[in-house]
Write a new protein. Structure first.
Length: 153
């Protein structure tokens, strides 16, 4: 039985492509005898003709890959495209460092470890990039005679 025409009509009624039209194999003969759109509409109402569900792209593999990346897998040299600066920009690195240093300086000023004038000096030094890290800044402060309360030094 050839039901090409019927499938085409059904596709128009179901608002889908011809390949998504499913015809119940038990009723192929009746569907083949249908000529008018109204006949096809009846078959759709009876459930003899249906639209197959849309096939999507499964996200399972993507989720598994993402989970592995969270664990640190698949991040080796061969997977990296772009410079180190593209993956971790200098500006972002700088902002992370300077914000941490300024936060520590502010704490020291507020708890009285350093005075406002000292704060200003260390703040400007930090801004100028004199300190690699908070630990480096603290060590420089202790060398200059600042006693850090409850510090690690």
């Amino acid at each position: 039985m050839q039901i090409t025409n019927q499938k085409r009509l059904a596709a128009r009624l179901l608002k889908c492509g011809v390949n998504r039209v499913w015809v119940n194999p038990d009723y192929v003969d009746q569907v083949a005898s249908a000529v008018q759109t109204d006949d096809i509409r009846e078959f759709i109402d009876e459930g003899w003709i249906r639209a197959k569900p849309i096939k999507g792209t499964s996200r399972v593999r993507a989720r598994m890959r993402q989970e592995q990346k969270r664990k640190g897998r698949r991040k080796g040299q061969g997977k990296r495209a772009g410079s180190a600066n593209a993956r971790n920009p200098k500006k972002s690195r700088w902002m992370r460092t300077i914000r941490a240093q300024r936060r520590v300086l502010k704490e020291y000023r507020e708890d009285g470890t350093i005075e406002a004038s000292q704060y200003r000096r260390y703040y400007l030094k930090a801004k100028g990039g004199s300190y690699r890290s908070i630990a480096h800044m603290r060590s420089q402060m202790t060398l200059e005679g600042v006693t850090i309360k409850g510090g690690d030094e």
